[in-house]
Write a protein that binds this ligand. Structure first.
Ligand code: ATP
Ligand code: MG
Length: 554
C-alpha cells in the first residue's frame, strides 16, 4: 500500500486559516468543465472538496468552468449534475464561469487602464517564438508599447466582433524575462466567434482559463481553491491577478491527479473512445466514468470509499484498479441480494425425484443482513447446473460433481452423480443423479457429507436473460506509458463477453434498475438499462474474487 498522505496537507492549511482567523469559515468549489462526463479522478476531487465542506462545516459550490464554447455542451452539464447527485454530494450554489463574462470583461478593462494588459496582433507562432525558452528570456514586441487608449479601443472592437478569429489577443503585461514562462505576458482573452452553450452569440471573445478560474473563485469568495498539480506553476499568475485587481484573496492549493491502472482518464481521450466506437458511450460499463461505474453496478459508497481510503497525494502515481474492485466487493457484499443463475448450463436429471412434482425452497437474501430474510425458489427433478461443476474424470481436490461424487445444491438437497450422457464429440449433455430427501438444507438429518455447494435453477421454472461480462478495457497497466504508441493500441479485445441466454431463477424477473445482486459463485450483477419487456440484461459488476491477481501469480 502506498503511504497514506490522506487529506492532511490540505486540512492542515484549512485548520491554520481557521485558527488564525484568516477565514471565519471555509468555502470550496468543484469546477468541472462541461466538455465530457465525470470520471473516477473527479470523484477524488469531489470527495476532497465536499469532504472539507462537511468536516469544517463550510460550503462548496458547483461551478461549471465553461469558458471554451468549442467543446462545451449543455448535455454534459446535465450528466455532471446527475453524477454528483448520485454520489450523494449537495452543492450550496450552482454557478457558471460564463455568468461572470461581463465582470471578467470589466476586469480586463481595469488591467488595460492600469497599463497591465495590451492587445497583441501577433500570430500564435510569433507569440510562441517571442516567448523564449526556459533558459532563454522572451522578447517583447511593438504591441507591448501600445497606448492605453489604443488598447481600450481595440479590446472593445475585439468584443464587438470587428476582428476575425486569431487576429488579436489580449495579454497581461507582466515580464517577458520571468523565469516562470507563464508569467511572460500570458494571453487572457482570445477571439472566438462561436456559439456558447449558455450565452449564445453574445460574445466574440472568451477569457482564457487563467483569467477566468481565479477570478471566479474570488467572485464566489472561495477560500481554498483546490486543483491538480499541473496548475502549480499557474499559481503566481493566479495571485498576480488577485493582487492587481484587488479582489478576494482565494488561495490555490494543488494535489496530485488520481490515475488508475488499465484505463485512461482524461476527458479528451475518453471522448475519442466514444467517438471512434470503441465503447457504446460515455456510460459504457467499461468506462472509468461515474456513469459507467453506476451502470455497471458500482455503488456510490464503493466509489467514495475508494477515493477516501487512498486519500490525496502530492506526487502522481498510478493506483491499481484492483483497489477499486476491492472497494466494490466490500460494499456489494453488504447490499446485494443472493440469487442463482446458470450462465453455462448442463442438464441434471434427478432420477428418484417424483415425476412432474416441484417444491419451493428458501434462499437467504443476504447472510450479512441481520433481518435474515429469504425468498422462494422452485426446485424440481430437472435442473441446470454450471458445466464447469462437473468433470468426467475429476482430480481428488475437485469438490464438485463427477461420476459417483456428491455435492450439495445450495438451499436444496445433496445429490450424487450416478452417470452422464454425452454426444458423439464427447461433450457431456446430461447428468443422471440421485437426491437424498433427508438432506434438505436447514433440516438435514442424512448424516451425509458433501464438500462442494453448487448453484442451480429448475429448468421448468427458470427464465432467461442476457448477461454481459466485462473485463478491463485496456490490457496494459498504463496504456499511456508507451512512447510512440497510441493508447488505443492497448485496448483489450476481450473486454466484453455476451452470454445471450443465461438461466435465472424466476425471482430475478422482478429486478429493478439500481438493485444489486450476487449471482451465487458468479459475481455481483445489476440490471442494465438496455433491458426491455422481453429481454432482461444483466451486467456483471465485478467477480467475487480478484482473478487478475491470481493470473499474475500474486
Ligand atoms: P480532464 O483532463 O479529465 O478533462 P480536467 O482537469 O480538465 O480533467 P475538469 O473538468 O476541469 O477536468 O476538472 C474538474 C475538477 O476535477 C478540477 O478541479 C480538476 O483538478 C479535478 N480533476 C480532474 N481530473 C482529476 C483527476 N484525475 N484526479 C483528481 N482530480 C481531478
Ligand atoms: Mg480540462
Amino acid at each position: 500500500m502506498e503511504p497514506k498522505v490522506s487529506l492532511n496537507f490540505v486540512e492542515e492549511i484549512v485548520e491554520k486559516d481557521l485558527e488564525s482567523g484568516k477565514h471565519a469559515s471555509i468555502h470550496t468549489r468543484f469546477p468541472p468543465e462541461p466538455n465530457g462526463f465525470l470520471h473516477i479522478g473527479h470523484a477524488s476531487s469531489l470527495c476532497l472538496n465536499f469532504g472539507l465542506k462537511t468536516k469544517y462545516n463550510g460550503k462548496c459550490n458547483l461551478r461549471f468552468d465553461d469558458t471554451n464554447p468549442s467543446t462545451e455542451e449543455t448535455r454534459y452539464v446535465e450528466a455532471i449534475k446527475k453524477d454528483i447527485e448520485w454520489l450523494g454530494f449537495e452543492w450550496d450554489n450552482e454557478f457558471y464561469a460564463s455568468d461572470y463574462f461581463d465582470q471578467l470583461y470589466d476586469w480586463a478593462v481595469v488591467l488595460i487602464k492600469k497599463g497591465l494588459a495590451y492587445v497583441d496582433d501577433s500570430t500564435a507562432e510569433e507569440i510562441a517564438e517571442q516567448k523564449g525558452t526556459p533558459t532563454k528570456p522572451g522578447t517583447g514586441n511593438e504591441y507591448r508599447n501600445r497606448s492605453i487608449e489604443e488598447n481600450l479601443d481595440l479590446f472593445k472592437k475585439m468584443k464587438d466582433g470587428v476582428f476575425d478569429n486569431g487576429a488579436k489577443v489580449l495579454r497581461a503585461k507582466i515580464d517577458m524575462a520571468a523565469p516562470n514562462m507563464l508569467m511572460r505576458d500570458p494571453l487572457i482573452y482570445r477571439i472566438k466567434k462561436e456559439k456558447h452553450h449558455r450565452t449564445g452569440d453574445k460574445w466574440n471573445i472568451y477569457p482564457m482559463y487563467d483569467f477566468a478560474h481565479g477570478q471566479s473563485d474570488s467572485i464566489e469568495n472561495i477560500t481554498h481553491s483546490i486543483c491538480t498539480l499541473e496548475f502549480e506553476n499557474h499559481r503566481p499568475l493566479y495571485n498576480w491577478f488577485i493582487e492587481k485587481l484587488g479582489i478576494f484573496p482565494s488561495r490555490q492549493i494543488e494535489f496530485a491527479r488520481r490515475n488508475l491502472s488499465h484505463t485512461v482518464m482524461s476527458k479528451r481521450k475518453l471522448l475519442q473512445l466514444v467517438n471512434e466506437g470503441h465503447v457504446s458511450g460515455w456510460d459504457d460499463p467499461r468506462m472509468p466514468t461515474i456513469s459507467g461505474y453506476r451502470r455497471r453496478g458500482y455503488t456510490a459508497n464503493s466509489i467514495k470509499n475508494f477515493a477516501n481510503d487512498i486519500g490525496i497525494a502530492r506526487r502522481e502515481n498510478i493506483i491499481d484498479v484492483s483497489r477499486l474492485e476491492f472497494s466494490a466487493r466490500q460494499d456489494l457484499n453488504k447490499v446485494s441480494t443472493r440469487v442463482m443463475a446458470v450462465l453455462d448450463p448442463l442438464k441434471v436429471v434427478i432420477t428418484n425425484y417424483p415425476k412432474g412434482e416441484m417444491e419451493w425452497v428458501e434462499l437467504e437474501n443476504n447472510p450479512e443482513d441481520e433481518r435474515k430474510t429469504a425468498h422462494r425458489m422452485p426446485f424440481s427433478g430437472e435442473l441446470y447446473i454450471e458445466k464447469a461443476d462437473f468433470m468426467k474424470d475429476p482430480p481428488k481436490k475437485f469438490f464438485r460433481l463427477g461420476p459417483g461424487r456428491m455435492s450439495r445444491l445450495k438451499a436444496g438437497y445433496i445429490i450424487r452423480c450416478d452417470g452422464f450422457e454425452e454426444d458423439e464429440n464427447g461433450n457431456v449433455t446430461q447428468l443422471n443423479c440421485t437426491y437424498f430427501p433427508e438432506s434438505k438444507s436447514g433440516q438435514d438429518t442424512s448424516g451425509l457429507k458433501a464438500k462442494g455447494v453448487l448453484h442451480w435453477v429448475s429448468i421448468e421454472h427458470a427464465k432467461t436473460a442476457e448477461v454481459r461480462l466485462y473485463d478491463r478495457l485496456f490490457a496494459d497497466e498504463n496504456p499511456l506509458g508507451h512512447e510512440g504508441k497510441d493508447f488505443k493500441e492497448f485496448i483489450n479485445p476481450d473486454s466484453l463477453k455476451v452470454i445471450e441466454k443465461a438461466y435465472i431463477e424466476p425471482y430475478l424477473t422482478n429486478a429493478i434498475e439500481g438493485q444489486h445482486f450476487q449471482f451465487l459463485r458468479m459475481g455481483y450483477f445489476t440490471l442494465d438499462p438496455d433491458t426491455t419487456e422481453d429481454n432482461l440484461v444483466f451486467n456483471r459488476t465485478v467477480t467475487l474474487r480478484d482473478s487478475w491477481a491470481k493470473a499474475k501469480g500474486k
